[in-house]
Design a protein around this ligand. Structure first.
Ligand code: CA
Length: 228
């Protein structure tokens, strides 16, 4: 796990880094808010620990900039004991949780574990590619802001393909994944659902490519078509 710590108190930063590293986590530290948004954009961090009381731009402004670029990175903010307004504003700006200073390092570690678990679970419920999003929990799909209507089996085929982006998926595999409803389905049925899905996902910039003798591959329309 890779964590970014934004904390301007050198002693507290040192203690915190030591505690997080003792968990086997990699930690980068910045005492300022300015570089945070660019850092979380260019580096694949798993979590941001953000002190609200930073010199220069404060933690709230830092968080605004992080969220403004569409980042869903889990953010745990650190606030002063009496700063209730900071906490409220932080949560409204998109912090996932907060800890009040002074805090026990064991509690910081426990909160980080909860946040990253929650984030991972949430990530898995939404499949996205091109401008298509499938929310598996809500069982709803969209292309951009437009709801996408899918039959139950079309949904199952698309969900199966999108869960395996970059892999050619065999018709037999798809059949097994969708045949819970009806044992009489044949591989021809898979072809039917794929052919119905194609025009539906085309506006999302996606295509389902048939790989002869193997099965199907979902990819973005701009992707190069391999020879053969
Ligand atoms: Ca501070």
């Amino acid at each position: 796990m890779h964590i970014l710590l934004a904390e301007d108190d050198p002693a507290l930063a040192e203690l915190t880094m030591r505690a997080l590293r003792s968990q086997g986590w990699a930690v980068d530290h910045t005492p300022r808010g300015e570089p945070v948004a660019a850092s979380v954009k260019s580096d694949p961090y798993d979590l941001l620990v953000l002190d609200i009381g930073l010199a220069g731009i404060d933690g709230i402004e830092t968080l605004k900039r992080v969220r403004a670029q569409g980042s869903t990175l889990p953010v745990l903010m650190l606030t002063a004991r009496d700063a209730i307004e900071d906490r409220v504003q932080g949560l409204e700006t998109g912090a996932d949780d907060y800890l009040v200073k002074p805090f026990a390092l064991a509690e910081l570690i426990a909160r980080i574990k909860v946040l990253t678990r929650r984030h991972a679970a949430r990530q898995a419920t939404v499949l996205a590619m091109g401008s298509l999003r499938m929310d598996r929990e809500a069982r709803r799909a969209w292309i951009g802001e437009q709801p996408l209507e899918l039959s139950a089996r079309e949904w199952a085929v698309l969900e199966y393909l999108l869960g395996r982006v970059g892999h050619v998926v065999g018709k037999e595999q798809i059949l097994q994944a969708i045949s819970g409803w009806d044992d009489a389905l044949s591989e021809n049925a898979v072809e039917v659902y794929v052919s119905r899905l194609r025009p539906k996902i085309e506006p999302a910039g996606l295509r389902i490519r048939a790989v002869r003798g193997f099965g199907y591959l979902v990819e973005e329309q701009g992707a190069p078509v391999a020879a053969g």
